[in-house]
Design a protein around this ligand. Structure first.
Ligand code: FA5
Length: 343
């Protein structure tokens, strides 16, 4: 037994000596002195030893325990001391460094142009009483098409090429899907807006992306007319461009509005006299809008005999392209930091 005790002591002191971290010292303590440790095991079985051995082994075990504990304590304080003195070299700050220099090296981040314009539009619309709603990017066919008066096999589905999921759902092709979700939640009268990312299964070019951003707006109240729509659109655009903007409507077809319109705004570059950007027309094509179709109100649980509404859906990417003179929509998704840093 004595030999066994000496062996435990020798091995423990050797491992303590060569330990390089507080964690490994803790492992040694548990291995030797822990509840199931080597030395604790011997102390526990003292009662089973013959009386003449019991005292001697008990005394020896306790002496060894003390020696090991002292060695552990000494090594722990040694390691702690060493780590404190190492702080001076590992965590120093050069107080003489020019703060302007270090600031330039670490450029602070800023909002992506899409987020910035989205927040601006949110501010303008919420100041007019519009409430911001959110909806899922992976949608059901019902919310994206059917409830919007676009039944299966309707040719209008071809206007928005769709990414279908294997389980028969889809990636929303427009934020109009949130119109129905909104109507289900709200009680008229209400004004809602929904910014979000949308997806279309189409080939990309300088003005078409497969993933882009839209902002949807919808107002439902008594006797809503096209005049309300025009007023809200002029307010939004004048706010975004920070100067008075005029809009005009042309007939446009979207199954979820009747009448439906394409909305253009007066070209800010030439003031309406005609230039390259507006293709000499004085107007820039901007978004789709109209008065909410009675079938859509009904799908949202709203009585079209009592209530009417307008809705619009604008493309954020193209708006920012016009604002900032960006000539290719694919820059937004390129992940090129040089593009984002310009804003
Ligand atoms: C729609 O998405 C309708 N939901 C808009 C609407 C809402 C009409 C409410 C009536 C009432 P459209 O497919 O035209 O419509 O898209 C709206 C805007 O999204 C376009 O004006 C354009 O700015 C942008 N957009 C459409 N397709 C792309 C594309 N592939 N890449 C980038 N922007 C696009």
């Amino acid at each position: 037994m004595e030999q066994k005790l000496e062996k435990i002591k020798k091995e423990a002191l050797e491992s303590i000596h060569s330990a390089e971290s507080l964690d490994s010292l803790e492992e040694i303590r548990v291995r030797v002195l822990g509840r199931k440790g080597e030395l604790t095991g011997i102390l526990r079985t003292l009662g089973e030893l013959p009386a003449e051995q019991r005292n001697a082994v008990g005394k020896k075990s306790n002496e060894i325990k003390k020696v090991i504990e002292e060695a552990l304590d000494a090594k722990i304080s040694g390691l702690q001391q060493a780590s404190f003195s190492g702080l001076a070299t590992s965590e120093w700050i050069d107080v003489t460094l020019d703060p302007a220099l270090s600031f330039r090296e670490k450029k602070p981040g800023h909002l992506h142009p899409i987020s910035r314009t989205q927040y601006e539009i949110e501010d303008i619309l919420t100041s007019m009483g519009f409430q911001i709603l959110d909806g899922p990017e992976a949608e059901t066919e019902y919310y994206n098409f059917e409830a919007l008066n676009i039944p299966k096999f309707h040719p209008a589905r071809d206007m928005q090429d769709t990414f279908w999921t294997e389980d028969g759902n889809l990636l929303r092709t427009h934020t109009s899907a949130i119109q129905i979700r909104g109507m289900e939640k709200m009680t008229p009268p209400f004004r809602i807006m929904a910014p979000g990312r949308v997806f279309r299964y189409e080939a990309t070019d300088a003005s078409h992306e497969h993933t882009f951003y839209q902002v949807e707006g919808m107002m439902v109240d008594k006797d809503i007319s096209v005049a309300h729509l025009i007023y809200v659109m002029e307010e939004v655009l004048s706010g975004v461009f920070k100067s008075k903007v005029k809009v005009r409507l042309r007939p446009g077809y979207f199954p979820f509005v009747e009448p439906g319109f394409e909305l253009d705004f007066s070209c800010l570059i030439c003031g309406g006299s005609g230039c390259r950007v507006c293709k000499q027309s004085g107007w820039i094509e901007f978004l789709g809008c109209g008065l909410v179709h009675p079938n859509v109100l009904r799908a949202g649980g709203i009585d079209p005999e009592k209530w009417s509404g307008f809705a619009f859906g604008m493309g954020l990417n193209r708006l920012i392209m016009m604002q900032a003179g960006i000539n290719d929509i694919r820059h937004f998704m390129s992940g090129d930091i040089r593009f984002v840093q310009q804003f």
